[in-house]
Design a protein. Structure first.
Length: 364
């Protein structure tokens, strides 16, 4: 499987040296090395210095976006399913200094607080067959996008404009649809679910969605859609008979059981899905589908969102997604793309070793 994957991307490297170095780079990312930067990867490969690894990330002639396309195609071929779920989410990379592309003091979910960091939005693909990261976008804050000299110093392509995280996510989803990645759904957290333009454009792509929204998100709850109610107020008014216990999928400790309620919105095909945990804590999801589906299907899609969190954990813990020491736009995209390539290999290999998980279960 590894040779097949490396053969798939071999043509993206025009010369033998970067092609060979890329293979050694990915082998190093898959190794149990404690750190997976150019120095450690070079030593793993038997090099006397890190120059070949650094050239691969800095100046060698190859297109990281083309390799990304190959990774996406490989994942679609190996894990693809018509009911697959596209899951955008962001993750942070803690950094020192001010020179690394996109770095500033900003909220990082990785740290759980405001830190000097880079933030990137990734797109994960998840199906009953497995899951993997298939695309990435570095988030360029306005402080960067408006400073052309700073962008030029970091190698940001001329003309790159500020884009909010939902815009970056939508760009990746649109590319995945254009590449014919088999998928029927989009799942995401409140950053995306609370964004009306994001919801609308996902629907225009023909994808259903189950998107988390905040408790004060307003739902068109009366004919005409002009009068709206908060999601938590709708939940409070639901009688006990509206709640059903359904598993959102199997976790590390077995089925993830929650109570779920489902309320129609006065907007064609739109619904509000509500999840209640054992402690009584509520979560809310704005849902839309191009064709009618049962409650269990929406619950299943909602449960799949956690796949991207698991992929971030695997990417950082197993293939060193956050171990890079590059500062430029090109270096970042190249390192991250090779890490995604390594992770795709692990994800597909792991998927082949596990049986398909059971469908969602409902207790009468």
């Amino acid at each position: 499987m590894f040779d097949e994957l490396m053969f798939l991307v071999a043509g993206r490297f025009g010369r033998a040296e970067p092609r060979r170095t890329a293979r050694e780079f990915v082998v190093g990312l898959l190794s149990p090395l404690e750190r997976k930067n150019c120095w450690w990867l070079a030593e793993q490969a038997g090099h006397g210095d890190p120059q070949a690894m650094q050239r691969l990330l800095r100046t060698a002639a190859w297109d990281a976006d083309a390799v990304r396309d190959d990774v996406r195609g490989f994942v679609a071929a190996q894990l693809g399913d018509a009911a697959g779920v596209l899951i955008p989410d962001e993750t942070g990379f803690l950094k020192k200094g001010t020179g690394s592309v996109g770095v500033q003091r900003q909220y990082s979910g990785t740290a759980g607080r405001i830190e000097n960091s880079q933030v990137a939005v990734f797109l994960s693909y998840a199906s009953a067959r497995g899951r993997a990261l298939i695309d990435r976008r570095i988030y360029l804050p306005k402080s960067w996008a408006d400073d052309r000299a700073r962008c030029a110093a970091a190698g940001v392509p001329a003309g790159t404009q500020f884009a909010a995280k939902p815009e970056l996510a939508l760009d990746m989803i649109t590319d995945a649809v254009a590449a014919k990645v088999p998928a029927g759904w989009v799942a995401a957290d409140e950053v995306y679910g609370d964004n009306g333009a994001f919801r609308s454009k996902v629907a225009k792509l023909g994808l259903g969605y189950v998107l988390a929204v905040s408790c004060d998100h307003r739902i068109p709850a009366f004919p005409g859609g002009k009068r709206r109610l908060r999601a938590d107020h709708i939940a409070a008014a639901l009688p006990a008979r509206c709640w059903h216990r359904i598993s959102a999928g199997t976790g590390s400790k077995g089925p993830r059981w929650y109570d779920w309620a489902w309320a129609c919105a006065h907007q064609p095909s739109h619904t509000l899905l509500i999840r209640r945990g054992s402690s009584g804590e509520l979560a809310f999801y704005r849902c839309w589908s191009p064709a009618p589906v049962p409650l269990a299907t929406l619950v299943h899609v909602a449960g799949m969102r956690w796949a991207v969190e698991e992929e971030f954990q695997a990417a950082k813990g197993q293939v060193g997604l956050d171990h890079y020491q590059v500062r430029t736009w090109t270096g970042w995209h190249r390192f991250v793309t090779l890490a995604m390539l390594a992770l795709a290999f692990l994800s597909v290999t792991a998927a082949a070793e596990h049986a398909q998980p059971p469908p969602p279960q409902m207790i009468p």
